[in-house]
Ligand binder design. Structure first.
Ligand code: DX5
Ligand code: ZN
Length: 216
C-alpha cells in the first residue's frame, strides 16, 4: 500500500494546527514538512521551533525534508524537535559529513533518508544505500510548491527500486513535487511507496477521496 504525505508548504502558515487536523481528518498518517534555508534553495520556510510546535500538536508521522546546506549541523536539533523521518540532500555536503549526519539521526532513534535533486544521478546514493530507511526522489527542482511534475525522473526512480531490492529491501522510496492522482500512478508504477503532495492535496475538494486514490 502507498502512503500519502501532504506537504504543509501548501497549507496556510497562519493556521498550521488546522492544516494538521485537515490532514488527519482526510485519513493520512504522515505529514511532510519542508525546511528551506535560502542557500541550498532560493526560498526560506520552516525552522526548528515550528517543527517542535507541530510535534506538540499532532501524532502524525513528521516527515521532515531538510533543503539546507551542511545539514549535519542541524539534524540533532530537528530530531529533538520531534521529527520522525529526517531527509537530507546528498548535494548538501561531503560524503563524510552526510554519513555522519545519517548516524546522528539514527543515534537519536529516528529514521534517516537521503534525497536527490533532478540533475543528480541515482548512483549518488550508493555510499548511503545501506544506511538509509528511505530515499527521496525529487520530481521538481526543490524550493517551491506548485511546480510541474518531471516525468523524466521515473527512470531514476525505477533504477533506485532495483538497487534497493538488491541491497536494502526495507528502504522506502519517496517522491516529492508535482504529484497528483495521475502522476502519482506513474510514481507507484516505478516503485514509489511514499508520495508527497502539496498543491494537489490542499486544492482537492474531497480530500478523503484524494487520499484514497493515492493510497490504493
Ligand atoms: C518542493 C517541496 C515539496 C513541495 C511539493 O521543494 O520539497 O515538498 O511542497 O509541493 P507540490 O506538491 O505542490 O509540488
Ligand atoms: Zn519536500
Amino acid at each position: 500500500m502507498s502512503i500519502l504525505a501532504p506537504s504543509i508548504l501548501s497549507g496556510d502558515f497562519a493556521y498550521l494546527g488546522e492544516d494538521l487536523k485537515t490532514i488527519q481528518n482526510a485519513g493520512c498518517k504522515w505529514v511532510h514538512v519542508d525546511v528551506m534555508d535560502g542557500n541550498f534553495v532560493p526560498n526560506i520556510t520552516i525552522g526548528i521551533p515550528t517543527v517542535a510546535a507541530l510535534r506538540k500538536y499532532t501524532d502524525l508521522i513528521l516527515d521532515v525534508h531538510l533543503m539546507i546546506d551542511r545539514p549535519v549541523r542541524y539534524v540533532d536539533a530537528f530530531c529533538k524537535a520531534g521529527a520522525d523521518y529526517v531527509t537530507i540532500h546528498v548535494e548538501a555536503d561531503t560524503e563524510e559529513n552526510t554519513l555522519l549526519a545519517l548516524d546522528k539521526i539514527h543515534a537519536l532513534g529516528k529514521k534517516a533518508a537521503v534525497s536527490v535533486k533532478p540533475n543528480t544521478p541515482a548512483q549518488a546514493v550508493l555510499p548511503y544505500l545501506n544506511k538509509v530507511d528511505m530515499i527521496l526522489v525529487m520530481t521538481v527542482e526543490p524550493g517551491f510548491g506548485g511546480q510541474s511534475f518531471m516525468e523524466n525522473q521515473m527512470e531514476k526512480l525505477s533504477a533506485l527500486r532495483d538497487l534497493c531490492a538488491a541491497r536494502n529491501p526495507g528502504c522506502l522510496l519517496e517522491v516529492d513535487g508535482g504529484v497528483n492522482a495521475e502522476t502519482g500512478e506513474l510514481c507507484k508504477e516505478n516503485g514509489a511507496r511514499v508520495l508527497v503532495a502539496g498543491s494537489a492535496f490542499f486544492k482537492a475538494e474531497d480530500k478523503t477521496a484524494f487520499v484514497k486514490a493515492i493510497e490504493r
